[in-house]
Design a protein around this ligand. Structure first.
Ligand code: PLP
Length: 389
């Protein structure tokens, strides 16, 4: 029985190296990093080394890295923290229609609390326009939050240009870089962003571990109030093992980023080419220009059939993929992202994301295409919508 994992945008396995680095912090170095004794000092040392490594990976200073419990928390903090801190300046926030639920539902919640949110549209490949952002800025705009790379269709947004427009108008800029981190090399100073979110489990680190970069000097409200952890800006006993695992996984990812990205993209490109050649009536969603797309991402709409049926059949064949984002796949609503790029509702229902990873092989790609071709053929033969030509 095959067991092929093609859902790396949902999560990745923890790397051996990250796992080994974490181990001591579960066992003998178990102290509370805030305790004033040798156990505490050892834990604090691990935490501080981890912070340095994460900072180094993105061109930040260690004092600008705040560990959180996940990417979702980092996104919530960036948006709600700014909303609380700057409410007297204004209550207008700008985001895009294709944000991850961690950003999107946070903005929805702020709307219910009296904030006004502009959801910028995207073009047919998922790109936010720099012009649209500039036009949406008002005197009462306090924050813009635009994702670095989309989790469903892989679109890499022009973050540097978007951040520059915000800087010009004195608007704080946050980016959800959860999909980008470990896949794209970037430097926060070069991007000139004020805040940036990341999550360890998307780059072969542990689940339940994230970080928010907050530019030094930026005033920010608190999301999690409590003790004096994270320089008194985020309470809660530090997850030292998680931070160490995150730092090790990110360091490892940065060491081989270009070669890993090239390998993963080669698998993706082989897959996409074969699927487009061998299956009719499909759309390849997202950027056609591979340089503006996450190296691991592919997303197809298969007309006349349901994504859920395809997924179910793939699962039976030992292939794990996803119908859009894992976070919304429990609901039967079509993907907000796919609708935003103009995929018709019915077609959006027949969409599957295949996201590759560095442990996948060419054989797995070929087996998956072979299975997919016969699954789509079989489902279409049963579909009343499918008119044989
Ligand atoms: C996975 C993901 C998140 C959420 O991160 P968690 O650590 O799982 O909470 C946020 N944004 C994007 C773009 C993601 O892909």
């Amino acid at each position: 029985m095959k067991n092929i994992y093609l859902d790396h945008a949902a999560t990745t396995p923890v790397s051996e190296r990250a796992f080994e680095a974490m181990k001591p912090y579960f066992l003998n170095v178990f102290g509370n990093a805030n305790s004033q004794h040798v156990f505490g000092r050892e834990a604090a040392k691990g935490l501080s080394e981890a912070r340095q490594k994460v900072a180094d990976a993105i061109g930040a200073k260690p004092s600008e890295i705040y560990f959180t419990s996940c990417g979702t928390e980092a996104d919530n903090w960036a948006i709600k923290g700014a909303a609380m801190e700057y409410a007297t300046k204004g209550k207008h926030i700008i985001t895009s229609v294709i944000e991850h639920p961690a950003v999107y539902t946070t903005c929805k919640q702020l709307e219910s609390l009296g904030y006004e949110v502009t959801y910028l549209p995207v073009d047919g490949e998922g790109f936010v326009s720099v012009d649209d952002l500039e036009k949406a800025i008002r005197p009462d705009t306090i924050l813009a939050s635009i994702m670095f790379a989309n989790n469903e269709i892989g679109t890499i947004e022009p973050i540097k240009e978007l951040a520059a427009v915000c800087k010009k108008h004195g608007v704080i800029f946050h980016t959800d870089a959860v999909q980008a981190t470990g896949a794209i090399r970037y430097d926060v100073k070069d991007l000139n962003v004020d805040m940036l979110s990341m999550s360890a489990h998307k780059f072969y680190g542990p689940k339940g571990m994230g970080a928010l970069y907050i530019r030094n000097g930026l005033k920010m409200g608190k999301l999690i109030t409590g003790g004096e952890q994270e320089r008194s800006r985020r309470g809660g006993t530090s997850n030292v093992a998680g931070a160490v695992g995150m730092a090790e996984a990110l360091t490892e990812a940065m060491e081989t980023l270009e070669s890993d990205a090239a390998y993963v993209a080669s698998l993706r490109d082989r897959f996409v080419k074969r699927v487009l050649e061998e299956i009719d009536d499909i759309y390849y969603n997202g950027p056609k220009d591979a340089s503006k797309r996450l190296p691991n991402n592919s997303n197809f709409s298969f007309r006349f059939i349901e994504g859920e049926s395809i997924l179910f059949s793939l699962d039976l064949a030992g292939i794990s993929a996803s119908s859009g984002s894992a976070c919304s796949s429990a609901s039967l609503d079509p993907s907000r992202t796919l609708l935003s790029i103009g995929v018709p509702v019915g077609t959006a229902h027949g969409s599957i994301r295949f996201s590759f990873g560095k442990h996948n092989t060419v054989e797995e790609v070929d087996y998956t295409v072979d299975q997919l071709v016969s699954i789509v053929k079989r489902l279409r033969e049963m579909s009343p919508l499918y008119k044989k030509k």
